[in-house]
Design a protein around this ligand. Sequence first.
Ligand SMILES: Cc1ncc(C[n+]2csc(CCOP(=O)(O)OP(=O)(O)O)c2C)c(N)n1
Length: 631
Amino acid sequence: MILEKVENPEDLKKLSLKELDVLASEIRELIIQITSKNGGHLASSLGVVELAIAIHYVFDAPHDKIIWDVGHQSYAHKILTGRKERFPTIRKYKGLSGFLNPAESDYDAFITGHASNSISAALGIAEAMRQLGEEHYVIPVVGDGSMTGGLSFEGLNHAGRFKKNFIVILNDNEMSISPNVGALAAYLSKVTTGSRYMKFRKDVESLLKSIPRIGTQVAKRIRKLEEALKSLIVPGIIFEELGFKYVGPIEGHNISYLIETLKNVKDIQSPVLVHVITQKGKGYLYAEENPCTFHGVSPFDIESGNFNKEKILIPSYTQVFGETVLKLAEKDNRVIAVTAAMAEGTGLCLLRDKFPERFYDVGIAEQHGITFAAGMASKGLRPVTAIYSTFLQRAFDQIIHDVCIPNLPVIFAIDRAGIVGADGVTHQGIFDISYLRFMPNLIVMSPKDENELQHMFYTALQMNQPVAIRYPRSIGVGVPMDEEFKTIETGKAEVIKKGKDVMLLAIGNMVYPTLYASEKLEMYGIKATVVNARFIKPLDREIIAGLAAEIKTVITLEENVLQGGFGSAVLELLTEERLADSVTCRIGIPDEFVEHGSQEELREKYGLDVEGIVKTVRSVLGTAKLKVFKN
Ligand SMILES: Cc1ncc(C[n+]2csc(CCOP(=O)(O)OP(=O)(O)O)c2C)c(N)n1
């Protein structure tokens, strides 16, 4: 095994080109083995094995800074940079992160997870190095999908004026998660096909040059003509105009060619963009044939390519959302859908397949997606924008400025709200309640189950203002689905169960665990009132204040950070009602970032599961009794 000899990039440099090829297949093997057990981002990582080897062979990490955009494709990089032994722990609780994380290794030059930040971060690092008199290279590696994000363009726009040691590698596999979209994707594809023409042109030119005198003259004329036609035929002109030296497109699975090219570009005295063509899923047939399915995988059987999922009959929230929005679109032709490169992940693919002309994939461009939807809403359409909680953070200002100030009826479908699990710290959807609930004009709700989810979307469509609906990454509760949509009264909570000892006020996916906990609490003689708040904004003042005055001990439950979250909103309300004392405890996520692990492990850690709720309620009631006694 060559891999046995490689602990870090220095070892790589002692290997022959032949050995590097063998190493690539061994790394691939390891990635497939481990991902088949742990799940993870398989296809993207398989696509850049040779590229990772070549980069580490040519450059001098960690002095040279390599930033893998998103970081989901960084498995080979991790294996090559001292983390081979720990690689089997990837995405596991307390194991390696599935993305770049500087806290994990010096070789991870910057935090990644959300797309398109690598060029800006790299530029900052390069400029700091210049200020500090350090002479190292900075190499952001960006996928063609991530290049569609506005932040990438902002970085490119700024980078062109810098001088050297800045090498952007564009990893072009024509795929985002689904096939890449937009004019840039079309342009890159033209460049790739155009490169065949370029090769032909070079061959003709050298042939002509080989004919003495006449040849040189003719070649000169051809070059003049080309100058005029440059914008039509020179690959990468778009990058050249931005101040980069464009190199490529080059074959991304040929290690020696990659090494040679990267060595050559090191001396160029301007920012360079190396356009590398790779195949997503390379080396594993199922992933090559179906890169979208194998982009992010759950555990699977290597032989058959089948996923080890048991057949679950309960639909996921995502599925129910996808079906609901499709039904709503069938009934109301004002409904259109917007996704930022996540048609499959959000369930909007159902609407896409039925109404392609009412479906918009804007690329990895959440900010644009929201303002684009706002524009449509301003003309009377009813856009549903489905964006994961964590990625909606990107569009914070657009929600305020372009949607809420003009009070436009954009519906935000916020999937993956709460703890998402193995994707970890950059992907947890634990901030949306806090970053949405203060926005004037915005209604914020969260369903307790999949049936309520469909009614909430139906309700949102009746409202003539912005509405956000947050729901978790999970299967539903398994409740029966109503045939007919129902309207939920705005700001109305639901009292599920009455008990005199404590009021458990829960939102969204915390409602059922709270209900189950209340059943367990009965075994300890504790009778709980359980309320499904349904609305974070507006809160049900009548029910919440009424019950708080009666029961006097209120515990709020949410899968969001406590700072500025649902419990904070309840506290504010009860302060206004002079009942703040009744909020004895807020259950939620403390003031810290949540690492990776399974959803179950993380919920246990933060006391968000049934056992945790029981424990907290019991201990709070002990304290509460003491407090009452003292008074
Ligand atoms: C801001 C943001 N939006 C969405 C995503 C989800 N996402 C992860 S990878 C990916 C596709 C990336 O495509 P590309 O950069 O071409 O890399 P590839 O997987 O093709 O190698 C998307 C949309 C994200 N990570 N960040």
